[in-house]
Design a protein around this ligand. Structure first.
Ligand SMILES: [Zn+2]
Ligand SMILES: [Zn+2]
Ligand SMILES: [Zn+2]
Ligand SMILES: [Zn+2]
Length: 487
């Protein structure tokens, strides 16, 4: 712990302990928007596994993969990644090779992550892999597990998968209870590793990053550069303040956020947004993001339950919506959502689009225009339409989501930046270079340079595309001038 403290001090940070929160990371100097606060390589990590695409164990890419010829479980993109992982994989490969074919197929990423955890600990204790102040098993031991809060059923499940890990490793001295506890640690400490556009790639354990606590109004953001976890400030953080990131989707109402935090991370948030629970602006916010549309569809007022509980009253114009009418639309929507899930698994994109469009129409009748569920439907339409390369329709839905994003993800939020980026990309694809410059340059880049940094390949590509768009726009402009110059 002392080693960690001095390593962090060198980076302008310090660890402290607060009774209700446990450990927390504090700044020992001022940090400014866009500045990297801390970055860390994972202690262990695994790529996601799906039936359609595998990923390289080293860099998580999904292209040009070759299976390890000995164990047939892990994939590599080439010899560089394979060599980099070899010290650990040599032992993992031996262990996996002992399993019969069917068992090997059923090894999940979380089991592999646990196997890697034990192998890495072993290699570090044998000094085959060096340890540093920020890279050692003691940091994993210091993570919270919340074992006492876990219900019986979950404990049985952890014990079962701990037995599988034991079966794979076959170490006589291994402690099953400790493996089970480590699974519980994974559940509340492991991070989903995403690419620059926030698509999930894998899971990693970052014991120093895990010290950082949650806020629904965070001053920092966690993003990944490959497997490297990078925390950047999105606000000015004065010396002595706590570094805070969000563990969950911050758009939901206070109740929704609290529920998510309790279920996965087992604590009650007391951030500036959460302590407002039950106050009038918190009630208004919930009624907007998760509530109903006024009976008059030109009115943007929010609705609250009437005192006789027979309906919902618009707080702007006073119109009442009948509870029964709302219930009817809601159950119709439920039916349609169940159906669309089936159709999307069948792979019929056109059919899925038309079903989501029907859902969108019905939700517009039911939900407040700034509601999250309406935004999510449009988000799905945007994704499928891009898959279908229907850029024009995709852009229309993308534009519809922008005002909701601005409201739900204010300030330097990566999701807002990426939505502007998608908008710009679609405008560019449709030949609207001027629009693309306006959106991409002034808005996407302004946000993403803070959340993603300026040195990442994603940002360099973005800036390059922007320059291309500028060149094309000025070329169009000059050729227009030339035409006008003709007699
Ligand atoms: Zn690779
Ligand atoms: Zn292997
Ligand atoms: Zn909160
Ligand atoms: Zn109204």
């Amino acid at each position: 712990m002392e080693d960690l403290q001095s390593a962090l001090n060198e980076q302008g940070l310090t660890v402290s302990t607060v009774p209700e929160k446990g450990r927390c990371l504090l700044t020992a100097r001022d940090f400014y928007p866009g500045e990297v606060i801390i970055s860390q390589e994972p202690y262990v990590c695994v790529p996601n596994k799906s039936s359609v695409d595998s990923r390289c164990d080293g860099c998580f890419t999904s292209s040009n993969l070759k299976k390890c010829s000995a164990c047939h479980v892990v994939w590599y993109c080439g010899s560089t990644c394979q060599k980099l992982e070899w010290k650990l994989h040599r032992l993992e490969c031996q262990a996996l090779s002992r399993l019969d074919k069917d068992r090997r197929k059923s090894v999940t990423p979380s089991i592999l992550l646990m196997v890697k955890l034990y192998l890495r600990r072993k290699l570090q204790s044998e000094k085959v892999i060096p340890t540093t102040a920020t890279d050692n098993y003691n940091l994993v031991e210091a993570l919270v597990s919340h074992m006492s809060d876990i219900d019986e059923k979950q404990l049985v499940l952890y014990a079962q998968i701990a037995n599988i890990v034991n079966f794979i490793l076959q170490w006589p001295e291994i402690n099953i209870k400790e493996i089970a506890e480590n699974f519980s640690k994974f559940a509340c400490n492991a991070h989903t590793i995403c690419d620059s556009e926030l698509r999930p790639l894998g899971t990693g354990l970052y014991p120093v990053i895990s010290i950082i606590n949650h806020s629904c109004l965070p001053n920092s953001v966690l993003l990944f550069e490959g497997r490297l976890a990078v925390i950047r400030a999105v606000q000015h953080i004065p010396q002595g303040d706590e570094v805070l990131i969000s563990y969950i989707e911050t758009a939901g109402s206070t109740m929704t956020r609290q529920k998510a935090l309790k279920e996965q991370y087992r604590f009650t948030c007391t951030c500036p947004r959460c302590i407002k629970v039950g106050q009038s602006d918190d009630i208004q916010e919930s009624a907007i993001v998760e509530g109903y549309q006024c009976k008059d569809d030109r009115c943007n007022g929010f609705l609250l339950r009437s005192s006789d509980d027979k309906g919902f009253v618009c707080q702007q114009c006073g119109l009442v919506r009948d509870k029964e009418e709302i219930r009817k639309i809601a159950s119709e929507l439920k039916l349609m959502s169940d159906k669309v899930l089936m159709s999307s698994s069948s792979g019929n994109y056109q059919e899925t689009v038309s079903m989501y469009q029907k859902i969108d129409k019905l939700q517009r009748k039911l939900c407040h225009p700034f509601s999250i569920s309406l935004m999510q439907t449009r988000e799905k339409l945007l994704k499928i339409l891009m898959e279908l390369q229907d850029w024009r329709e995709a852009l229309a839905y993308c534009r519809l989501t922008i005002p909701v994003y601005q409201r739900l993800y204010p300030g330097f939020h990566p999701l807002l930046g990426l939505q502007y980026y998608t908008c710009g990309k679609l405008e560019w694809l449709l030949g609207d270079t001027e629009g693309a410059i306006k959106i991409t340059s002034s808005k996407a880049v302004d946000i993403l340079r803070v959340t993603h940094g300026t040195n990442t390949s994603f940002m360099k590509d973005l800036v390059l595309k922007l320059e291309e768009a500028r060149a094309e726009a000025s070329y169009k402009l000059s050729s227009k001038d030339e035409l006008q110059d003709l007699p």
